[in-house]
Ligand binder design. Structure first.
Ligand SMILES: [Zn+2]
Length: 120
């Protein structure tokens, strides 16, 4: 998710390329599993399609993924919007259920509502 935040909208192939150049990423997921991961993650939105020329005359469209910038403004916001399915055990302990939307999130300081509810 940090990749999308830093680079802006990207297709799954571009995300795979970024991951490859990232240090410390040993097993780069395939473009297919990247797009599956991203469409499951509520932090990610589809912002459009990019025309990709495969061979001469044949074009295909790839979905452009981006971080939900209405809600997520900087790196610190990523952890506050993280769904429980990708939280670490430590994060799960501090997460509580948001009274407004019912989702389990880590709450921003001095707030009863989750970040998504505050920003929307
Ligand atoms: Zn909420």
């Amino acid at each position: 998710m940090e990749i999308l935040l830093e680079h802006g909208p990207a297709t799954r192939e571009e995300v795979a390329e970024y991951l490859q150049t990232y240090k410390g990423v040993k097993n780069v997921p395939s473009p297919n599993s990247i797009s599956a991961l991203m469409s499951k993650n509520p932090q990610v939105v589809i912002v459009g399609k990019q025309k990709v020329e495969m061979t001469i005359g044949i074009n295909t469209h790839h979905m452009l993924f981006d971080i939900d910038r209405q809600v997520i403004k900087d790196k610190g916001d990523l952890i506050l919007t993280r769904p429980i399915s990708v939280m670490t055990p430590k994060e799960r302990k501090t997460a509580t259920q948001c009274p407004s939307c019912g989702r389990t999130r880590i709450m921003p300081e001095q707030s009863d509502e989750c970040l998504s509810c505050i920003r929307q």
